[in-house]
Design a protein around this ligand. Structure first.
Ligand code: AGP
Length: 607
C-alpha cells in the first residue's frame, strides 16, 4: 500500500503535494518523492525514510512548479532505498510516474524492455510501466498510457507527467484507490480524499479500468480505449480525521473491511496451475525436499497464525511441525540442524523475541523463511527467503488484516512444500486453488454480517468474562478471538481447545458468561457441538460461528453467525472475521481507545 498525489493549477505544487503526502502517510512511509515540470524539464527529489527527510531536502533545494506528482511508499518489490523510491522515470527522462499497486507480470515485461535496450535503475515492479509508456509514446501521453496499461496484469493507481505535454497529468486505476479533487482552476489526484481535503471537498471517484486527463481547467474521464465516460461530482462532508479512516470510526474497523482486498493481493501472481510462485523466496524445490522438520516461531496474533500453519503443513506436506512462542523458544535448547526449516512470522519484522529466536535457529544451521508485512524490516536482513504479506500498513494496534494475510501466506507455503515433496496431487491443488480464489468474495459476504454482530455486541458488552472455544483448526481461532477481545475491550477472555472444557474451564460457566464457539462444518463438528450442549446445560450463553445451516442450532445457540462454505482448511480465514468484529463492537460500545489500547505497542522491540 502506497499513497499517490498529483496537482495541477495556479499555486506552487510542491507544498500542496507534500501536505497531501503527509495526510497519506498512514498508507506507508518508508520513502517518499515528488517530481515536477520545471522550465521544460522534469525535476525530482526522492529519499528513503519518512516524509520529514524529503521535507528537509526540499528546504535546501526547493522545486518550484505548478504541476507535479508525489508518492509515499510502503515497499512491496525492492527494499526501501532512494533508487526504489517513486517517482520513476523513463530512459530519456521525459516521463515521470508514481504508482500504488502490484504489477504481477513485471519480470516478463522487464526482460522484454531490457532486450529493447531500456535501462532500469530500481528493483521495483513500477519502473517497467514508465519504460513501457516510453516505448509506446508517440506524442500523446494518454494514448501511450492506455497502450501500456493493456499490457499489465495486477493492480495500479498511477499519476504520470510528461515534459513534452506540460499542461496535463494522466492518471488511471485498476484495483487500487484513486480519487480526483476538483478545485477552481486547479485539480488534484490522490489515493484518498484527505490528501486534498484542505483545498476542495468536490470529488470525482474513478472506477477500475478508467483513465483521467487532468488539466488546470478540466478533468476528463475515459475508459481504457479512451472513450469518454461521464461521472457525477460528489461533495464530501467528512472531517479530516474521518476521511483518513475512509469514513470508518477507527482504523481497526477500516482494516477489518480491507481484508477481501488483502487476500486478493496475497494471491496475486502467486498461484499457478500446479505451483506456488513466491518471488521473494529463494529456496528451491530441492531444498524443500530435504527438510525433515519445520519450526514456526512467533508472538501474539502471529503465533496463532503459526498454530494454524502447523495443521496446514502437516496436512499438505507431511512434515512434523513444531511451534513455539518466540519468548520461550529462545530460552530452550531446541533440536535444530541443517534439515530443519525455521519460519518466523512477524507482522512488523521487528519483534525482539522473534528476531533473536530466528537468528539462533539460523546459527544452528536451519534453513529459514521470514513471513512479514514489512519489506526491509530487521527480520528480512536475516534471511534471503521471505513471504511478504502485502496487507498494507496496519495502524490499529490489534492485528486484523495482517493475521488473515499470515494465514494465506502459510497456506501458500504449505501448498508449495506439498507440491515440491509430491504429497499433494494436481486435483487437490486445483481444489484449494479454486477455494482460495473464492475467499475474497466470501469475506465480503461475512462483512455484511457486521450489523448483526454489532447487535450481539450491544447485548453482551457488559459481561466481564468471555470464553472462546474451538477444535482442530478452529482452536487457534478461538485463541485469537479471545486475544482480540481482551486487548481492545479489557474484558477477561479465555480461549480453549473445546475438548479441554471439562478439564477445568467448565467451572466458570454461569448465566453471565458468554461462550463464543467456532463451529465450522468439519470432521470435529459433532464433538464441538457436544461441548456447546455442555455449556447450555449449565445455563451459559452461547454464541456460535458456523457454516452448518441444516441443523436446528437455535436449540443450542443463543446467537448464530453464519459464514459461507469453504474447504475446511480455509475455514479459519472466514470464521476469524466475526470474532474481530465482535471484539471491535464490544470495545467501541465500552468507549475504549480501539486503535491504541492501553499498555500495548504495535511492535514490541524489547524483550
Ligand atoms: C496482536 O493484536 C497484537 N498486537 C500482538 O499480539 C502482535 O501480534 C505481537 O506483538 C506480534 O507482533 P509481530 O507480528 O509484529 O511480531
Amino acid at each position: 500500500m502506497c499513497g499517490i498525489v498529483g496537482y495541477i493549477g495556479g499555486r506552487s505544487a510542491v507544498p500542496i503535494l507534500m501536505s497531501g503526502l503527509k495526510r497519506l502517510e498512514y498508507r506507508g512511509y518508508d520513502s517518499a518523492g515528488v517530481s515536477v515540470l520545471k522550465n521544460g524539464d522534469i525535476e525530482q527529489l526522492k529519499a528513503k525514510g519518512k516524509l520529514s527527510i524529503l521535507s528537509s531536502i526540499l528546504k535546501d533545494k526547493p522545486l518550484r512548479s505548478r504541476i507535479g506528482i508525489g508518492h509515499t511508499r510502503w515497499a512491496t518489490h525492492g527494499a526501501p532505498s532512494d533508487e526504489n523510491s517513486h517517482p520513476h522515470m523513463d530512459c530519456k527522462k521525459e516521463i515521470s510516474l508514481v504508482h500504488n499497486g502490484i504489477i504481477e507480470n513485471y519480470l516478463t515485461l522487464r526482460q522484454e524492455l531490457e532486450e529493447k535496450g531500456h535501462k532500469f535503475l530500481s528493483e521495483t515492479d513500477t519502473e517497467v510501466l514508465v519504460h513501457l509508456i516510453e516505448e509506446y509514446y508517440e506524442g500523446n501521453l494518454e494514448q501511450a498510457v492506455s497502450k501500456a496499461l493493456k499490457r499489465l496484469e495486477g493492480s495500479y493507481a498511477i499519476g504520470v507527467i510528461c515534459k513534452k505535454e506540460p499542461g496535463k497529468i494522466v492518471a488511471a486505476r485498476q484495483d487500487s484507490p484513486l480519487v480526483i479533487g476538483l478545485g477552481k482552476n486547479e485539480n488534484f489526484i490522490a489515493s484518498d480524499i484527505p490528501a486534498f481535503l484542505p483545498f476542495t471537498r468536490k470529488v470525482k471517484h474513478i472506477n477500475d479500468g478508467e483513465i483521467v486527463i487532468l488539466k488546470r481547467n478540466s478533468v476528463r474521464i475515459f475508459d481504457l480505449d479512451l472513450n469518454p465516460v461521464e461521472r457525477e461530482v460528489t461533495t464530501v462532508h467528512w472531517d479530516a480525521s474521518m476521511a483518513e479512516k475512509g469514513g470508518y470510526k477507527h482504523f481497526m474497523l477500516k482494516e477489518i473491511f480491507e481484508q477481501p482486498r488483502v487476500v486478493t493481493d496475497m494471491l496475486s501472481g502467486r498461484l499457478k496451475e500446479y505451483s506456488v510462485e513466491i518471488e521473494e523466496m529463494k529456496l528451491t524445490d530441492d531444498d524443500l525436499r530435504k527438510i525433515n522438520k519445520v519450526i514456526i516461531i512467533a508472538c501474539g496474533t502471529a503465533f496463532h497464525a503459526s498454530m494454524v500453519g502447523k495443521y496446514f503443513i502437516e496436512d499438505f506436506a507431511r512434515i512434523p511441525v513444531e511451534i513455539d512462542v518466540a519468548s520461550e523458544f529462545r530460552y530452550r535448547n531446541p533440536v535444530v540442524d541443517e534439515n530443519s526449516l525455521v519460519v518466523a512470522v512477524s507482522q512488523s519484522g521487528e519483534t525482539a523475541d522473534t528476531l533473536v529466536s530466528f537468528k539462533n535457529a539460523i546459527a544452528m544451521g536451519a534453513k529459514s523463511i521470514a513471513v512479514t508485512n514489512m519489506v526491509g524490516s530487521s527480520i528480512t536482513r536475516e534471511t534471503e527467503n521471505m513471504i511478504f504479506t502485502r496487507a498494507g500498513l496496519e495502524i490499529g494496534v490489534a492485528a486484523t488484516k495482517t493475521f488473515i494475510a499470515q494465514l494465506v501466506a502459510i497456506f501458500l507455503l504449505s501448498l508449495k512444500l506439498g507440491v515440491a515433496r509430491g504429497t499433494i496431487d494436481k486435483e487437490k491443488f486445483r481444489e484449494y486453488h479454486e477455494a482460495l480464489l473464492r475467499i475474497p468474495d466470501q469475506l465480503s459476504d461475512v462483512l455484511k454480517k457486521a450489523e448483526q454482530i454489532r447487535n450481539i455486541a450491544r447485548k453482551y458488552y457488559k459481561c466481564d468474562d468471555f470464553l472462546f472455544l474451538g477444535r482442530s483448526l478452529s482452536y487457534p481461532i478461538a485463541l485469537e478471538g479471545a486475544l482480540k477481545l481482551k486487548e481492545i475491550s479489557y474484558i477477561h477472555a479465555e480461549g480453549y481447545a473445546a475438548g479441554e472444557m471439562k478439564h477445568g474451564p467448565i467451572a466458570l460457566i454461569d448465566n453471565l458468561v458468554p461462550t463464543v464457539v467456532v463451529l465450522p462444518r468439519d470432521s470435529v463438528y459433532e464433538k464441538t457441538l457436544s461441548n456447546v450442549k455442555e455449556v447450555r446445560a449449565r445455563s451459559g450463553i452461547t454464541i456460535g460461528i458456523t457454516n452448518k445451516t441444516d441443523d436446528p442450532l437455535d436449540e443450542y445457540l443463543d446467537e448464530t453467525i453464519f459464514v459461507p462454505d469453504t474447504s475446511h482448511q480455509l475455514s479459519p480465514i472466514l470464521t476469524t472475521i466475526p470474532l474481530q468484529l465482535l471484539a471491535y463492537y464490544i470495545a467501541d460500545k465500552r468507549n475504549r481507545d480501539v486503535d491504541q489500547p492501553r499498555n500495548l505497542a504495535k511492535s514490541v522491540t524489547v524483550e
